[in-house]
Design a protein around this ligand. Structure first.
Ligand SMILES: C[S@@+](CC[C@H](N)C(=O)[O-])C[C@H]1O[C@@H](n2cnc3c(N)ncnc32)[C@H](O)[C@@H]1O
Length: 279
């Protein structure tokens, strides 16, 4: 009886986990072409900061967790690394594979990495590891070789925060239960939270840094196509008429237009660099 109960609990947990990553992948992949061509370069500044610190170079084995449509894989490959990636969104994975024919790109969850222990010198994740993603850090630790390096990024809590208005507009037009889950995700930016998650997963934290990332779009139509490609747009677009959400978003970002009518968004972006300790 007890053994059966244990199995049921474990099965339930596993089902939850499988369900969650597939659902997340469907949301993030709902507008893959717009994401890959109009939005994905939003984090270039912080990606470069991470790559400079983790020893990205010729012959280094790198895994990018939550790799999306594979921009980080391309840049790591251009620096000579041997690259692998995993993401929950099938449509983004297809683009990542097209862009990185040499890479080992897999559809799946960063909570259960399909690679053997000690396969990589470096693991990165650009805005893929959030509050509540401790299991992904434990997995990153497992697949890293001893003294392997980890670099992750996430939105900061400070200024500038030009894109925050979009995310708030999406949250306002989503079902209420989404507020709590979005807050938990963003908790990682609070002082000490990422550091605690990393330390408890077996890492030594080397550095926490900040970069202002910049992304631009030439007009409202392209700005809308870009921002509505993000995963958090999906609950809003399912819950509220698209025209209403679009108007709320364009109003929220109107202050980011310059004299030519183009939008320029600047955002506080944080990164943390850590090293694997122990086995
Ligand atoms: C903010 S996007 C970042 C994508 C990419 N790293 C980039 O910066 O362009 C978050 C990504 O995490 C992926 N994701 C969410 N949950 C995941 C999971 N459990 N395992 C793997 N990928 C996941 C989504 O599909 C999405 O591509």
């Amino acid at each position: 009886m007890m053994a059966g109960m244990t199995i049921d609990t474990e099965t339930a947990k596993e089902e939850q986990r499988v369900h969650d990553w597939r659902e997340a992948g469907e949301a993030w992949g709902h507008s893959a072409n717009n994401w890959a061509t109009l939005y994905e370069h939003y984090a270039i500044d912080v990606m470069i900061a991470i790559f400079c610190r983790v020893g990205m170079a010729d012959g280094v084995d790198v895994l990018d967790m939550a790799c999306g449509s594979g921009l980080a894989l391309r840049h790591a490959g251009a620096m000579g690394a041997t690259v692998s990636g995993i993401d929950a969104a099938e449509t983004l994975i297809e683009i990542a594979r097209d862009r990185n024919p040499e890479a080992d790109v897999r559809l799946g969850s960063m909570f259960a990495l399909p690679w053997r222990d000690e396969s990589f010198d470096v693991v990165t994740s650009i805005n893929g590891v959030w509050g509540g993603c401790e299991a992904a850090l434990v997995e990153a630790h497992r697949v890293l070789r001893p003294a392997g390096m980890l670099g992750i990024s996430f939105w900061g809590t400070g200024t500038p925060n030009d894109l925050r208005g979009c995310f708030k507009a999406f949250a306002r037009h989503s079902p209420e239960e989404h507020f709590g889950s979005m807050k938990r995700l963003n908790d990682i930016a609070a002082p000490g939270v990422a550091e605690t998650m990393l330390t408890e997963s077996g890492f030594e934290v080397m550095e926490r840094g900040e970069r202002v990332s910049v992304i631009e779009w030439p007009d409202p139509e392209l700005a809308w196509r870009a921002v509505s490609s993000v995963g958090p747009a999906v609950p809003a677009l399912r819950h509220t008429e698209e025209a209403v959400v679009k108007q709320a978003v364009l109003e929220a970002i109107d202050h980011c237009r310059d004299d030519r009518g183009a939008y320029r968004f600047q955002n506080d972006h944080h990164f943390v660099i850590a090293r694997k300790v122990g086995q």
